[in-house]
Ligand binder design. Structure first.
Ligand code: HEC
Length: 114
């Protein structure tokens, strides 16, 4: 019995490795989550409601349906690209964010409101 088990465990482990290997190149949704975690949570918090520091800066509550309705995707991207009237809000390129990721980041922000 023991011998059969170890015989099969090798191909099964290999298949698993291939599965993970194939899955990772398309994991850009995970990369965006990582960008949010590394760059945005400082002010916007993991739940999108705003960290203590972020609230003092005046972040909106991303989990609020009313807030979400008050902004179009284009307005959000405009704010993220150029900053806003709020002097505490820096444009995201100054945080090292690639502007090509803005659409995906808007989706993350939209995702906080269910
Ligand atoms: C240093 C704090 C800080 C960091 C870091 C930060 N934000 Fe913000 N963010 C703010 C503040 C403050 C506002 C509110 C701006 C305003 O109301 O004018 C805001 C507003 C926003 C808005 C709403 C803009 C609008 O028009 O309503 C979006 C979207 C946003 N941030 C996305 C992000 C993303 C994505 C990241 C990470 C890549 C990020 N922010 C990182 C402070 C921050």
């Amino acid at each position: 019995m023991k011998k059969i088990f170890s015989y099969w465990s090798i191909p099964i482990a290999t298949m698993f490795g291939f599965y993970l290997g194939f899955a990772s190149p398309t994991a850009s949704a995970g990369d965006i989550k990582k960008i949010f975690k590394d760059t945005c949570e400082l002010c916007h918090a993991a739940d999108g409601k705003g960290s203590e520091a972020g609230k003092q800066f005046g972040v909106p509550d991303f989990s609020s349906a009313d807030y979400q309705k008050s902004r179009t995707d284009a307005q959000m991207k405009e704010s993220m690209t150029n900053g806003t009237k709020n002097p505490n809000y820096v444009k995201l390129s100054d945080l090292g964010v690639d502007l090509a990721d803005l659409d995906a980041l808007v989706k993350v922000v939209r995702g906080f409101s269910k």
